[in-house]
Design a protein around this ligand. Structure first.
Ligand code: HEM
Length: 256
């Protein structure tokens, strides 16, 4: 099942609104959805309107916002590395009170967006037991083009002609509308057609693999569980004793 564009817009918009509320209320020492209901009535609708407009202008905004939400909320866990194995990521997520299932659910966000070749260099020479050779060839074709080019997280959003050249059997799955948030990440993972080493390692962990199958089989369930997990992510508290910080560059920690 696919999320309609409207549902997707709404999801992103609500998350952005929640994030705004969370950031501000955190300064007052608490997290609360609807914090602005009296102070600034209708703020969620205002945010929703702007997010919808931004998405209409550029669908890529959706992926950027979701990733921003993840990075903003997952603070002080030093962010997950795409070369790590599933066990390491399970440990990282557990520190934030996220289960193996929630890790699998949230990683489904990789059905949209783009990634730089520098984020998956190792995949270019991984054995065929870890990556489908035709997909590895496609990545090896794309990555030397420019200093650090980007590829689509989801091969279904790749350029049709490139897919036709390297994976002709896959062309019927190329999407007319790219960056649609759906459960195709799980189908791609099972087929070993994913960019990150970490994504592939989901297949090596018994429980994680069970969830990959579960969400590949049931897109509606994933839609619902993804919304819940994203909401949980957006409510993560700031580290104890921290006042938080607004950074000009999100990955550069300001030392006081
Ligand atoms: C679990 C471990 C995770 C790892 C190792 C990981 C790693 C990465 C990496 C390396 C990129 C590409 C960055 C680049 O080269 O520009 C990426 C992109 C992305 N990630 Fe993840 N990620 C993880 C979890 C998540 C989660 C939990 C979410 C959201 C719920 C998420 C959402 C995204 C999105 C939407 C993009 C595309 C961003 C864009 O196109 O602008 N990721 N991720």
């Amino acid at each position: 099942m696919r999320l309609s564009a409207a549902v997707f817009c709404a999801l992103v918009a609500v998350q952005a609104a929640v994030l705004l509320a969370a950031v501000s209320s955190a300064q007052a020492g608490e997290l609360e959805v609807g914090y602005y209901s009296k102070k600034c009535r209708g703020v969620e609708n205002i945010v929703k309107w702007h997010v919808s407009r931004a998405l209409k202008a550029n669908r890529r905004t959706g992926a950027a916002l979701i990733r921003l939400l993840f990075h903003d909320c997952f603070v002080r866990a030093e962010l997950p590395d795409s070369t790590h194995d599933v066990e390491k990521l399970i440990e990282t997520f557990a520190k934030k009170n996220f289960t193996v299932e929630e890790l699998v659910i949230l990683t489904g966000a990789h059905s949209i967006g783009k990634t730089h070749c520098s984020s998956f260099r190792g995949r270019l020479s991984e054995p065929s037991s870890q990556i489908t050779p035709a997909y590895r060839d496609l990545l090896n074709y794309k990555c030397p083009q420019g200093s650090n080019p980007v590829v689509d997280n989801n091969v279904r959003d790749e350029d049709y002609n490139v897919v036709a050249r390297f994976m002709p059997g896959f062309t019927s799955r190329v999407r007319k509308i790219p960056d649609f948030l759906d459960n195709s990440f799980y189908h791609n993972t099972l087929a070993k057609i994913v960019t990150f080493h970490f994504d592939w390692t989901l297949l090596t962990h018994k429980e994680a693999l069970g969830h990959v199958h579960e969400y590949a089989d049931n897109g509606t369930l994933w839609d619902e569980d993804f919304a819940d997990s994203l909401l949980k992510l957006s409510k993560l508290p700031m580290p104890a004793g921290s006042k938080g910080q607004i950074r000009k560059k999100c990955n550069v920690i300001k030392l006081y």
